[in-house]
Design a binder for this molecule. Sequence first.
Ligand SMILES: [Zn+2]
Length: 121
Amino acid sequence: MDMKNRYIAALLAFFLGGLGVHKFYLGKWTGIFYLALCWTYIPSIIALVEAILYLVNGEETFNEKYNKKAMENSYKNVTYDPTPSNQNVSSSNDDISIVCPKCGHVNEAGSNFCESCGQKL
Ligand SMILES: [Zn+2]
C-alpha cells in the first residue's frame, strides 16, 4: 500500500473533485456519491472545501486519516526482526568436558573430582 500524497489529493479534489476522483485516489468508496451527484455541483463544492482542508490541516492530520495503514505497514517492516537461524541449539552444557587445572586430564562432563589425580574440579 502506497502513501497518499495530500498535494495530489488536493489537486484532484480541486480539478476533478466533482467526480469524486480524489476520494478514489484516497481509496474511499464514497467517491461514487460524488460521481452520482456530480450534475448537482454539490460534490464540486464539497471537494473544493476538502481540497482546502487537505492543505490547511497539514501532513500529520492527512496521514492520520488516509495513510494510517501504509504507515503501520512501513513501521512493521522497520521493526520486523527475524530470529537468527544460525543459533547453535545442539550444544548444551552436558557436552563440555572439564580439564583438570592440576594435571591437565580431561574429565567427563559433570565430574566433581579429577579421574587422574583427584583434584577437586
Ligand atoms: Zn588431575
